[in-house]
Ligand binder design. Structure first.
Ligand SMILES: [Zn+2]
Length: 408
């Protein structure tokens, strides 16, 4: 792999500091070899690539489902393979160089991960949870491994490791899919989840937990889960029920929250909110609303709680769950959580890498790290929308997106 030098008008390294102007980044063998003011590096005859906008680390989407397109959830397996192929390319055009799949079909996601890693197809670096683990009649039971006791959870974890997963996903509360599970209650006790976490960590895997109900969030945090997905703080009556002691524990344990605002604020659902709930039910065609089906004010209050959590030092990462670009997740964080644009970039880069256990390899622009880089037009520190103007993307030092289009 050849060397090249990126001359960036503006460099945001992912650590949250002010932008550095007129910086050179020397990439050698797929890694960042040197960084310094323009013209100061001994780059030899390395090709110079000029970035007139901003250079930042490749983005990290911590919650995707490669197998589906966000609309059709029950397609045949061969269709899911093709959808995953297309989604890999789509993620690259969003500037995403690492994505964690939080629940797939069979071992499809591991196969996609390996195909990308071997160069068979283009895509982001994939962290695969394989299929998730859930209880009988629990969230996602149609496709996921079912476990109804601590022994079951331990066995399911080990089975997934045999299948080559990188991380473990557990549905700690019910959810919206398929209808019938209870999103307002926990599916496992803290003691049961702790058995899973202990075994997953023993095997070097982090644990991500789907947790919409407060009861489930509390159990997960007590059990030492690494990331809380959705974090709905849903009380038994569907209201907002925040547990302060759990917040303290999250700060101490560095639990990462992946709130998936794109899921809570799905594009196109604004129109549904105008309908009364009786009318929605009578239409009977909205199977995925589940706990997200509530008054807009309730969801905004939930986002405000996440904002307070963020400002109190709890770590957040960015995951979409839907096929909205990750940029929409960051725009929602800025607009509804009060996150600054600088913080949003850290959330989508360094925080994501740390949450996935890849903080030593990716997530920031630092000497020695993998050259996963994103060039956008404009300055995302003054205008978060600039992140949508993806110009070029490098993954492991290879140019994979040019002028917003996937190469090859
Ligand atoms: Zn999900």
């Amino acid at each position: 792999m050849n060397s090249f030098l990126i001359r960036a008008a503006r460099l945001l390294d992912g650590n949250g500091g002010p932008a550095l102007t007129d910086q050179d980044v020397l990439v050698r063998q797929g890694r960042i070899a040197e960084i310094g003011p323009a013209g100061t590096l001994a780059a030899g005859d390395a090709e110079v690539v000029v970035v007139s906008g901003s250079l930042l680390p490749g983005l990290i989407n911590a919650h995707v489902h490669l197998r589906h397109d966000g609309v059709h959830f029950e397609e045949p397996p061969d269709q899911q393979i093709l959808t995953a192929f297309a989604n890999c390319r789509r993620l690259l055009t969003h500037g995403v160089t690492t994505a964690r799949d939080t629940g797939g079909f069979g071992s499809l996601t591991q196969a996609v991960r390996d195909a990308v890693a071997s160069g068979l197809m283009l895509g982001p670096r994939i962290v695969s949870c394989g299929v998730g683990i859930t209880s009988t009649a629990g969230h996602g039971w149609v496709r996921w491994l079912r476990a109804d006791s601590a022994d079951d959870l331990r066995r399911a974890c080990r089975r997934l490791v045999e299948q080559g997963v990188d991380a473990i996903k557990i549905a700690a509360t019910g959810g919206s899919m398929p209808p019938g599970s209870n999103p307002h209650s926990a599916q496992y006790s803290a003691r049961e989840i702790a058995v899973l976490v202990e075994d997953a960590h023993r095997l070097g895997r982090r644990v991500a937990a789907h947790a919409e109900a407060t009861e489930g969030i509390v159990n997960c945090v007590v059990a030492g889960v690494d990331t809380i997905e959705h974090c709905g703080w849903l009380g038994p009556d569907h209201g907002l029920l925040v547990d302060d002691r759990t917040l303290d524990l999250m700060r101490v344990q560095r639990t990462t929250v992946v709130p998936t605002l794109c899921e809570w604020f799905r594009t196109g659902w604004e129109n549904l909110e105008a309908l009364g709930s009786a009318e929605r039910t009578s239409r009977g065609k909205l199977p995925f609303l589940g706990p997200y089906d509530e008054a807009p004010a309730g969801r905004r209050a939930r986002a405000a709680v996440w904002g307070e959590m963020h400002r109190s030092g709890i770590r957040f990462a960015a995951g979409t769950d839907t096929w909205d670009p990750i940029q929409r997740e960051l725009e929602l964080m800025v607009g509804l959580m009060g996150v600054t644009t600088a913080e949003a970039i850290v959330i989508a880069t360094r925080n994501g890498a740390r949450a996935l256990g890849l903080g030593d390899e990716v997530g920031t622009i630092e000497v020695g790290k993998v050259a996963d880089l994103l060039a956008v037009a404009g300055d995302p520190l003054t205008e978060v929308a600039a992140l949508r103007r993806v110009d070029r993307v490098w993954k492991s030092g290879t140019l994979v997106v040019e002028r917003g289009m996937v190469k090859g």
